[in-house]
Design a protein around this ligand. Structure first.
Ligand code: ATP
Ligand code: MG
Length: 510
């Protein structure tokens, strides 16, 4: 007889159903797993054997074949241990054969029969719920699975014995409750930054509209400090966004204690990051930094130090909000709608542009340093800002009155305006001005007469690209939202154009 247990294989953040078929037949004792298993799945044999013995059961001295169907879909990861073990237990009569009907099973086994946490429980639970199944998952992941639906059955045992006791009615397992990890208080606050009012204003605008931002300035002027304070002024995720972000975190195995977080992700990879680490990939086509920063911030400090290939690989996700990874054994798409914040020095020595400073290497120093960034990459950044060195006069001042809480309130109000506007236009999928494109942008960002004239003149004088033109409109829309204005005035466009000016004249920064 063949015993069947349902489980899943992951393709990006989607869970595809996989059927575990366990066949116990007379013959010489053997244990084989077929159906394109990777190394971790083949090793399941040893863990299952030991876990069953630790639970007081023994593998029958017969010929055991486990098939993972569909046979042409590669199976990766350690979450096949538990479905294989349960299939075997049902086949030898240790648990009732129908106990696993209408359950999807994921989990890794320890040699002592304990069930260890695995990645991807949230997408597995959502997939199971869509098929009308319940979920059996490790105890450590129960709270995460409970987010999928309030009504689905979820069993989250700590060990094989506990699960066997539940299905045979000797001990009842309670359904786990969904858990939310509250915001951590005491993060860095904007109040710590003295002076730099323009840079703070740009940070507020970027946060309000989800715009990409680049700070250029000498060492020690506070660029990294400002960027690290961006999370403190961003609004929390709404529930649908939280689920989308957590799906990616779950597949990456980055959910701690099964609790989801409603804070926007803030990812700051080091500049030695490889292409696979940044956009995703590797053997298992795992999500990269751009996807882990989905609906949050990707902060690239010391921008020109990143390899130019890695930076150019960001061009596609920056434009379309997702990244497609093709490998020999996989082709998956991950969402990657992130806000890029970057910081750099104007040149290698960092002092170009300083009054009275003459670099020995002349203008070449700055030219060569900035040439590491490609034009199309820079074109995707809406706000370019020069951050001058802080003066001693600024540093001795008392801390500014306004901190992150006040700025966050203005950002939240502007974001509410945007969400309401795009929902009214039947585009609830758009949350920020940065995401509005083409015709929609023309509709929502219409300058008044004086603004129109300024924009036409400036677009010609600055030789704005079509993308540059649209990005100026988006930033101007955000500026109007921050001031509560309906139409885009001349002042909004002038400020937006000023943020753009540096992009089209990179040497001016030096
Ligand atoms: N505006 C400021 N107000 C208060 N402290 C500041 C300010 N700017 C810089 N500092 C101090 O200088 C330190 C260095 O700042 P930060 O790391 O942000 O510089 P940076 O601009 O990123 O420099 P680099 O180009 O070398 O990376 C901060 O930790 C802080 O102590
Ligand atoms: Mg820095």
């Amino acid at each position: 007889m063949i015993q069947r247990v349902a489980t899943v294989a992951f393709e990006g953040v989607n869970a595809r159903p996989v059927d575990v078929q366990v066949h116990v037949a007379p013959g010489l004792p053997a244990f084989t797993i077929v159906g394109l298993p990777d190394k971790a799945v083949t090793e399941a044999k040893e863990r299952v054997r030991a876990a069953l013995i630790a639970s007081g059961l023994a593998l029958p001295a017969r010929r055991i074949t486990v098939n993972l169907a569909p046979a042409d879909l590669p199976k990766e990861g350690s979450h096949y241990d538990l479905p294989i073990a349960l299939g075997l237990m049902a086949a030898i009569g240790a648990i009732p054969a129908d106990a696993l009907d209408s359950f999807t099973v994921v989990g890794e086994l320890g040699l002592d029969g304990s069930i260890a946490a695995v990645a991807g429980v949230l997408p597995a639970a959502i997939g199971a719920n869509a098929r009308g199944h319940g979920l059996i998952c490790p105890a450590a992941c129960g709270a995460e699975a409970a987010w999928a639906s309030p009504d689905m059955a979820i069993l989250a045992p700590v060990s094989l014995i506990q699960l066997a006791n539940h299905v045979t009615g000797r001990q009842v397992l309670a359904r786990p409750d969904p858990r939310l990890k509250g915001a951590r208080a005491g993060g860095p606050d904007l109040r710590d930054v003295k002076g730099q009012e323009t840079a703070k204003r740009a940070l507020e605008v970027a946060a309000a509209g989800g715009h990409n931002l680049l700070y250029v300035g000498p060492p020690g002027s506070g660029k990294s400090m400002l960027a690290q304070r961006l999370p403190s002024i961003l609004p929390p995720l709404v529930p649908a966004e939280m689920l989308a972000v957590s799906m990616i975190a779950s597949v990456a195995g980055a959910i701690e204690d099964g609790a989801l977080v409603d804070r926007r992700p803030f990812r700051a990879p080091h500049h030695s990051a490889s292409m696979a680490a940044m956009v995703g990939g590797g053997l298992k086509a795992r999500p990269g930094e751009v996807s882990l920063a989905h609906l949050g911030v990707l902060f690239l400090d010391e921008l020109p130090e990143f390899s130019s290939q890695v930076l150019d690989s960001l061009r596609q996700p920056l434009e379309i909000g997702e990244v497609a990874i093709s490998r020999a054994n996989a082709r998956v798409t991950y969402p990657a709608r992130f806000q890029l914040v970057a910081a750099m020095n104007p040149c290698k020595c960092g002092r170009a542009g300083e009054a009275g400073f003459v670099c020995k290497r002349g203008p070449r120093c700055a030219d060569e340093y900035q040439a590491r960034l490609s034009g199309p990459f820079l074109d995707r950044i809406d706000i370019h800002l020069e951050v001058p060195a802080v003066t001693a006069a600024d540093l001795v001042l008392p801390p500014p009155q306004e901190g992150s809480a006040e700025v966050a309130a203005r950002v939240a109000a502007a974001r509410d305006l945007q969400r309401a506007r795009y929902a009214a236009l039947d585009r609830p999928d758009i949350a920020t001005n940065a995401e509005a494109t083409g015709p929609l942008l023309d509709l929502v960002a219409r300058p008044d007469a004086t603004g129109q004239a300024l924009l036409r003149e400036a677009a010609e004088a600055m030789r704005l690209s079509a993308r540059g033109y649209h990005r100026v409109l988006k930033v101007a829309r955000t500026l109007a939202d921050l001031s509560g204005a309906e139409t885009l005035g001349r002042a909004h466009l002038a400020e937006a154009l000023a943020y753009r000016a540096l992009a089209d004249k990179p040497r001016a920064a030096a």
